[in-house]
Design a binder for this molecule. Structure first.
Ligand SMILES: [Zn+2]
Length: 170
C-alpha cells in the first residue's frame, strides 16, 4: 500500500476497499473509518440500523419516522459520536438519515441497512485518538471495527463498549 501524502479522503478510503460490507453486517458491530491529514480529521461511522434505530424494516409508522428524526438530530451533534476533548472543531457533518424520509428511503428493499454518519473536524494539532461515545447513544452496539489512515501510516483497531478509547500511532 502506498503512502498517501495529500488529498486522501474517506471517499478514497472507501474506494480502497476499506469499506464495510454493507449488506453483510453483524448486528451489534459497526465500522468506523478515520482519515487524518494534518489538521483535517474525517470520520465515517457505518452502523447497522438495527442498532442505530432499533429496526431495519421499511419505515412503517409515525413511530419509526420519529425515531429517524430524533437520531438524525442527535447525530448532528458530534459529542453523541465521539469525545475529542476540545482538540478539534466540527466543520461539517452529514448522516444518511437526513435523506431517508422520501420514496428513495434507505430503509427498504434490502434485508439489512446501515446508518452512516460522517464528521469533518479541524484540529489544532493532529490528534492521536479519541473516545467513542456512540455506545451510550446506541445500547445494542457493542463494537466498532476501526480503520484509520493518516499522512504517516495506517492501521486497524477495535473500539468496544468496555474499551471505547481509540488511539493510533503514526
Ligand atoms: Zn441487519
Amino acid at each position: 500500500m502506498k503512502t498517501f501524502t495529500k488529498g486522501f479522503t474517506i471517499a478514497l478510503l472507501l474506494g480502497l476497499g476499506f469499506s464495510a460490507n454493507a449488506q453483510k453486517h453483524v448486528h451489534g458491530e459497526g465500522e468506523l473509518l478515520i482519515a487524518q491529514q494534518g489538521n483535517v480529521l474525517q470520520m465515517q461511522f457505518i452502523i447497522p440500523a438495527a442498532d442505530a434505530l432499533g429496526f431495519e424494516h421499511q419505515v412503517a409508522s409515525s413511530t419509526d419516522k420519529n425515531a429517524i428524526d430524533v437520531l438524525a438530530q442527535q447525530l448532528k451533534n458530534s459529542s453523541h459520536a465521539i469525545d475529542i476533548k476540545g482538540q478539534c472543531i466540527l466543520q461539517s457533518t452529514e448522516n444518511s438519515l437526513a435523506h431517508s424520509h422520501d420514496e428513495h428511503a434507505d430503509l427498504h428493499s434490502h434485508d439489512h441497512h446501515n446508518v452512516e454518519a460522517t464528521y469533518n473536524f479541524n484540529c489544532k494539532t493532529p490528534v492521536r485518538g479519541f473516545t467513542v461515545t456512540l455506545f451510550k447513544l446506541m445500547p445494542s452496539l457493542n463494537a466498532l471495527n476501526v480503520q484509520w489512515i493518516s499522512n504517516t501510516g495506517q492501521g486497524s483497531t477495535e473500539a468496544t463498549r468496555n474499551n471505547p478509547v481509540i488511539s493510533w500511532q503514526s
